[in-house]
Design a protein around this ligand. Sequence first.
Ligand SMILES: CC(C)(COP(=O)(O)OP(=O)(O)OC[C@H]1O[C@@H](n2cnc3c(N)ncnc32)[C@H](O)[C@@H]1OP(=O)(O)O)[C@@H](O)C(=O)NCCC(=O)NCCS
Length: 154
Amino acid sequence: MRLRIYEIADTEEIMKLFYDTVHEVNIHDYTQEQVDAWAPANMDIDVWIKGLGSKFTYVAEEQGKIIGFGELEANGHIDRFYCHKDFQRKGIGKKILKQLELKAKSLKIEKLFTEASITAKPFFESQNFIVVKQQEVERRGQKLINFIMEKSIE
Ligand SMILES: CC(C)(COP(=O)(O)OP(=O)(O)OC[C@H]1O[C@@H](n2cnc3c(N)ncnc32)[C@H](O)[C@@H]1OP(=O)(O)O)[C@@H](O)C(=O)NCCC(=O)NCCS
């Protein structure tokens, strides 16, 4: 497995990974209506190119296949963070997070924070993030529970 910076040519594969993971992994913690709103079938590639390209986005790749990705923003916010549905719990999330932490340290960021799904909460807890609060967010008319979590990295 290797980690590298996102390239525009990755976009479609990343969108498919995101869609599949939400629909096949996050579905264990959310309803069908919620995952449909979270990852709709008709996502706009231009919006994704803009989103992925405007952050520090790292891609985990194995034999030419993308098996995970994570986005870091300059303020320490970890935005999208997903592993491939067939590559869950294999230590890939841990490696992507380590890379985001390294990048954050190089940017002199002192605190990482994220809005972790119910599914991802145990992962972030295992990586020493703490829950700041539980919240409900709205996506395309559906209410979803997630957790603001943070970690100091000084
Ligand atoms: C969250 C996610 C990216 C973590 O990636 P991952 O590669 O599966 O996680 P890792 O294998 O690196 O896990 C590292 C440690 O986290 C903990 N952990 C991870 N998933 C866990 C789970 N479902 N339950 C309990 N602990 C978990 C364990 O301590 C694990 O170490 P171990 O396997 O040696 O016990 C991945 O599960 C995922 O894609 N989830 C669905 C998408 C999602 O909700 N993303 C976040 C959006 S906010």
